[in-house]
Design a binder for this molecule. Structure first.
Ligand code: FEO
Length: 394
């Protein structure tokens, strides 16, 4: 078993490692995940967050390496979701007098709904808790990504316990960003942002503003590795991702029946590349929607293709668009160009339905829907080239 890990003097990682998690609410987690909890050994021992119920035993073993769990006086529950609060009953059984700090009102009401009446203490932004030499301060990070989310800052350690923010679904025997390597951690953080945090980007901007005054040396999230060497880098990408500023980049997503929509997808891909716009192609039969969303996060151009099947779009495309719609920022995709396309036999419903969903998501569809009847030919492919040329010129 991995042991408790000292993050800073008297601050320990004691979380759970979920090596085999492969699907987190529809998001493929190829590298598993961790549910990070942190134990601060001050005059009043304090536990920051817990873990999924199934990992309570693991967490308690790690706590016992440092202190008898009965000595825990405070538990900070930064977030109600069960991957971070699920071991609260196990902790409370061993430390029945521990006080549980959660945000007001949603944190406390959410915990009560899950675990019944306990020693909850509601806190809000600016509230502090002295635990000995250290003072913890709380910042509500509402809707990043639930109403109850908050972050906790330890002044002496200059650690921000950020909960889901800055996390990555990444299980490893390494615990720190510099041990894993920046490109790998950033790639995992980007997938996490795109699939969990993206719809709330406006709230992320607000939360970044609220955290601005803190002198942060370490960011200790509730999933994945701890940021100790690349704090400025992850703050910068969060600022960039949450701004939803697009990059000059195209994503082409499709499924096909008899290869016409596929031929259109390839033509659109080539048209972007020929005009100097980097582009990637995703056949929905071969790619998971959560990997595609990671690319959509920063793409200026999003082309989505479906032929017509049974008077509508293909179910694979519908599933992708349902996921895209759920993750689309509430304020829309300002400046992002959507390109619906696809083939049909006698009814254009397939590509038309794609267009309807892209419009609902907030893409700019000024270039129209590229529908083609039956088999592609030179003229229809040329038309796609022209549309991409006008898209790039926009
Ligand atoms: Fe990792 Fe919102 O829970």
């Amino acid at each position: 078993m991995l042991h408790a890990v000292e993050v800073k003097p008297d601050v320990y990682w004691v979380g759970g490692v979920d090596w085999n998690e492969r699907n987190f609410h529809g998001y493929t987690t190829d590298r598993g995940s961790t549910y990070n909890a942190y134990l601060i050994m001050d005059e009043h021992p304090t536990l920051i967050d817990t873990c999924k119920p199934a990992f309570a035993g693991e967490l308690l073993e790690r706590v016992r390496e440092v202190v008898d769990p009965a000595c825990i006086e405070h538990v900070v529950a930064n977030h109600v979701e069960q991957d971070h609060s699920g071991a609260l009953p196990a902790i409370c059984e061993l430390a029945p007098n521990a006080r549980i700090y959660a945000s007001a009102p949603h944190g406390v009401s959410g915990l009560a709904a899950h675990y019944g009446d306990r020693n909850y203490v509601p806190v809000k932004t600016g509230d502090t808790l002295g635990i000995g030499k250290r003072t913890l301060s709380f910042t509500q990070t509402m809707m990043v990504h639930w109403p109850d989310n908050m972050a906790t800052y330890s002044d002496i350690d200059r650690i921000l316990f950020s909960n889901d923010a800055f996390g990555q679904h990444y299980a490893s025997s390494k615990h720190f960003d510099d041990e894993v390597g920046l490109p790998e951690v950033l790639a995992q953080a980007k997938k996490y942002y795109a699939n969990i945090v993206m719809p709330y980007s406006r709230h992320v901007q607000r939360a970044l503003g609220a955290l601005e005054g803190l002198d942060i040396d370490v960011i200790a999230p509730s999933h994945g590795v701890i940021w100790r060497s690349h704090v400025p880098e992850v703050m910068e990408v969060y600022e960039r991702w949450s701004s939803l500023r697009p990059e000059n980049y195209a994503v082409v997503v499709y499924d096909s029946m008899w290869h016409t929509t596929e031929a259109m997808a390839h033509e659109i891909l080539e048209a972007f590349i020929e005009r100097g716009v980097p582009a990637r192609l995703f056949d929905l039969k071969a790619n998971h929607i959560s990997d595609i969303m990671t690319e959509v996060l920063t793409a200026k151009y999003v082309a989505v293709g479906s032929p017509t099947l049974n008077n509508g779009m293909l179910p694979t495309v519908a599933a992708f668009l349902c996921y895209l719609k759920g993750l689309s920022p509430k304020a829309g995709w300002q400046g992002r160009v959507g390109i619906p396309f696809g083939s049909y036999g006698w009814g254009t419903n397939g590509p038309d339905e794609v267009a309807d969903v892209l419009a609902t998501c907030g893409f700019d569809l000024a270039l129209g829907t590229l529908s083609h009847q039956w088999i592609e030919d030179a003229a229809s492919l040329e038309k796609l080239q022209e549309v991409v040329a006008s898209a790039v010129g926009r």
